[in-house]
Write a protein that binds this ligand. Structure first.
Ligand code: IMP
Length: 203
């Protein structure tokens, strides 16, 4: 079993990624369990932030590291909140603050113009200075509802309604979200890359 440090302390993400990686012989160790603090996400893009987080965790753990950076892109807001999704309502905003801020920003936007998508970039580095990180991407199309619904998921899930669905992402069964989400798609792409090369054991 190969140990890989997960550069996140978000319990929602850990749950989802651990479930998605369960079939592989990789054990995810959250960075917090190794005493590694989160690094400030100062990158201008999802990829820059994912690399920053992965390299920091790999350095602290002296292990291979997996990091994701994700965000919600809303067409009527010109792609915002995007890379700032976790801080949309301010630096120390909670998920609830961000969600309320999003609904407020979209108050006068009618349903046909509320298209949005989650995007995710996942990177795997074998060490802090790895010159050839694996990079995988995934997106999940949908729209923003006018009011929150459901108690599952995290973040913007109560107002994100996936394309072709009547339910919000927070009303989906965790297994359903894991089958379709941006993170699942990115991770499946990463797993396909890992399966086609002995990447971790053969740096
Ligand atoms: P990150 O931790 O820097 O990737 O921040 C991503 C932010 O985007 C989270 O704090 C959420 O606000 C939002 N986000 C990303 N993925 C999801 C998801 O699957 N559901 C709900 N919100 C998400």
């Amino acid at each position: 079993m190969t140990r890989v440090v997960l550069a996140s302390s978000n319990p929602g993400k850990l749950r989802e990624l651990a479930a998605l990686l369960a079939p592989l012989s990789l054990t995810l160790v959250p960075q917090g369990a190794l005493g590694i603090a989160a690094v400030p996400e100062t990158g201008a893009t999802l990829l820059a932030n994912a690399l920053l987080k992965a390299r920091h965790a790999a350095q602290g753990a002296q292990l291979a590291a997996l990091a994701d950076d994700s965000g919600l892109e809303v067409d009527a807001l010109g792609g915002r909140p995007g890379v700032r999704s976790a801080r949309f309502a301010g630096e120390d905003a909670s998920d609830g603050d961000n969600l309320r801020h999003l609904l407020e920003q979209l108050r006068d936007v009618p349903q046909p113009r509320r298209q949005a998508r989650y995007r995710c970039v996942i990177v795997l580095v074998r060490s802090a200075l790895d010159e050839q990180p694996l990079i995988a991407r995934g997106s999940w199309e949908g729209h923003i509802a006018s009011a929150p619904r459901g108690g599952g998921g995290f973040g913007y899930d109560p107002v994100f309604v996936p394309l072709g669905e009547g339910r919000s992402a927070a009303e989906l069964d965790p297994a359903e979200k894991n089958a379709f989400s941006h993170r699942a798609r990115a991770l499946r792409a990463l797993v396909a890359m890992l399966e086609s090369a002995s990447y971790i054991s053969d740096p």
